[in-house]
Design a protein around this ligand. Structure first.
Ligand code: MN3
Length: 202
């Protein structure tokens, strides 16, 4: 059985950029609901509890049809939110350093250009979903966006940074101003974690 993953910091640790109440609801209610939904689905095919969640999401076609959509939505919800907590840090923000900074520059011409493209992916996602910086199957950095709780893992990409643009991620503080939430988010990006993912993957 899956249980609610631990938050790596206090709910209020990302203030003033994301308020504690949002983080608490997001973790204790929303991610918990995805955990519950995933468990309910897998209970119908309990052998799948033995496989890592990432493996299930990488091979959705191999999931029995009666629970495939539930695993995609709830399993993606569990994994994406864990990635999201880790993509942020109380003393985050600033500029990436070292190899990650060089890779971003090589792939996107400049850090500012990368930021603009990533922000566009986040702003232009219609409805609920995510913006991503990922490593693609060739080992290049790519920016993308997914709907709902779809994860880049399902197309063979490895997420480096994920930004949740579901309304539940910002509405209590930013109301309908998704662009303001996106702008604020750069102040809490955990570049160290992104660097760690790059180092262990490439
Ligand atoms: Mn969310």
């Amino acid at each position: 059985m899956y249980s609610l993953p631990r938050m790596p910091y206090e709910y209020g640790a990302l203030e003033p950029y994301i308020e504690a109440q949002i983080m608490e609801l997001h973790h204790a209610k929303h991610q918990q609901a995805y955990v519950n939904g995933l468990n309910t689905a897998l209970e119908k095919h309990p052998a799948l509890f033995d496989k890592p969640l990432v493996e299930l999401l990488k091979n959705l076609d191999a999931i029995p049809e009666d629970i495939r959509t539930a695993v995609r939505n709830h399993g993606g919800g569990v994994l994406n939110h864990t990635d999201f907590w880790n993509a942020m840090a109380p003393k985050g923000g600033g500029l990436p350093k070292g190899p990650l900074a060089e890779l971003l520059k090589r792939q996107f011409e400049s850090f500012d250009n990368f930021k603009q493209l990533f922000e566009a992916a986040a702003k232009n996602r219609f409805g609920s979903g995510w913006a991503w910086l990922s490593i693609d199957t060739k080992g290049d950095l790519v920016i993308s966006s997914t709907a709902n709780q779809d994860t880049p893992h399902s197309i063979g990409h490895i997420p480096v940074l994920g930004l949740d643009v579901w309304e539940h991620a910002y509405y209590l503080q930013y109301f309908n101003r998704r662009p303001d939430y996106i702008t604020a988010w750069w102040n809490i990006v955990n570049w160290n974690k992104a660097q760690e993912i790059i180092e262990t993957t490439l």
